[in-house]
Design a protein around this ligand. Structure first.
Ligand code: NAD
Length: 253
C-alpha cells in the first residue's frame, strides 16, 4: 500500500478548538498532509494559523462559542465560500468540569453537555447535509475519551457527554455510511493539555495515573497526528462507527 492513501492535498478540514492542545496537533497534522483548515475557535488561534500558513496551506478562523449552535450555518457557508467544499470535520472542542456529584450544578451539567455532545451532533448534521449536496461522501471524526468507556470520578457531565459521543458516532455511522460518509471517533487517553492540568498538578493523582499507563508517559498532541490523518484519509474508507483509543495502552490494562 502506498503513502498516497494518506495524501490529503487540497482537502478542506473544519476543526473546532484548534488554538491549543489536541485540536492544534490535529490541525497541524492535517495541514502537513495537505489540507486547508477552517478553524472554529473561542480563543484566537494565532499560533495555529501561523504554523498552517507556513506550510503554504490556507487557514480561516470563525470565532464561536460552541456551547450554542448559532454559528454552525456560518461555519459551513464560510468553508464552502472560501475553499469550495468540505471534506473532513473534526469535532474536537470540549470542556470538563470537576465537582462532586452531590454538589454538581445545572450549569456544570449544561455547559459540558452542550459543547461536548449537543453542538457536536448539530455540527455533524450540518456538515453531513453539505456532504450529501457535494455527492462524494466525507469524513467526520469526533473526539471521545477514556470516559466513553469508564465512569471517571467527579466528572459526571463529562462522562455522560463522552459516553454519548461514542454511541452517537456509531448511530451516525449506521445512517450515513451508505452515502460514503465515514463517522468515527478518537478516544485520547491521558494527554498533557489544559484539560488535564489539574490532574497533572496533583502529585498523588498524577502518579496514580502514570503508574497505570503501560506506555509510562502522558500523551501529547503529536500522538494524535497519525490517527487523525488515517481517519481523515482514503486509507480508512471501510472504517465506520469505530472509536480508536490513542491511550498508551490504558484500556488494555
Ligand atoms: P484544551 O482545553 O487544551 O482544548 C479544548 C479546546 O476546546 C480549546 O481549543 C478550547 O478553546 C475549546 N473550547 C472550550 N470551550 C469552548 C467554547 N465554549 N466554544 C468553542 N471552543 C471551546 O484540551 P484538549 O485536551 O486539547 O481537549 C481537546 C478535546 O480532547 C476535548 O474534546 C477533550 O474533552 C478531549 N480529550 C482530552 C483528553 C486529555 O487528556 N487532554 C483526554 C480525552 C479527551
Amino acid at each position: 500500500m502506498s503513502a498516497s492513501q494518506f495524501d490529503l492535498r487540497d482537502k478542506v478540514a473544519v476543526i473546532s478548538g484548534c488554538n491549543t492542545g489536541l485540536g492544534q496537533g490535529m490541525a497541524l497534522a492535517l495541514a502537513e498532509a495537505g489540507c486547508h483548515i477552517l478553524g472554529v475557535n473561542y480563543s484566537e488561534p494565532k499560533d495555529t494559523k501561523a504554523q498552517v500558513e507556513s506550510l503554504d496551506r490556507g487557514f480561516v478562523n470563525i470565532h464561536a462559542d460552541l456551547r450554542k449552535t448559532d454559528a454552525i450555518k456560518e461555519i459551513v457557508e464560510t468553508a464552502v465560500n472560501h475553499f469550495g467544499q468540505i471534506d473532513i470535520l473534526v469535532n474536537n472542542a470540549g470542556i470538563i468540569k470537576r465537582n462532586d456529584a452531590y454538589d454538581f450544578t445545572e450549569e456544570e451539567w449544561d455547559d459540558v453537555l452542550n459543547i461536548n455532545l449537543r453542538t457536536l451532533f448539530f455540527m455533524a448534521q450540518a456538515v453531513a447535509r453539505q456532504y450529501r449536496k457535494q455527492g462524494n461522501g466525507g469524513k467526520i471524526i469526533n473526539v471521545a475519551s477514556m470516559l466513553s468507556y469508564q465512569g471517571g470520578v467527579r466528572v459526571p457531565s463529562y462522562t455522560a457527554s463522552k459516553s454519548g459521543v461514542m454511541g452517537l458516532t456509531r448511530a451516525l455511522a449506521n445512517e450515513w455510511a451508505a452515502d460514503g460518509i465515514n463517522v468515527n471517533a478518537i478516544a485520547p487517553g491521558y494527554m498533557a493539555t489544559n484539560n488535564t492540568e489539574q490532574l497533572r498538578k496533583d502529585p498523588d493523582r498524577s502518579q496514580e495515573l502514570l503508574g497505570r499507563i503501560p506506555a509510562g508517559r502522558w500523551g501529547t498532541p503529536n500522538d494524535m497526528k497519525g490517527p487523525i490523518v488515517f481517519l481523515a484519509s482514503q486509507a480508512s474508507d471501510y472504517v465506520n462507527g469505530f472509536t480508536l483509543a490513542v491511550d498508551g495502552g490504558w484500556l488494555a490494562r
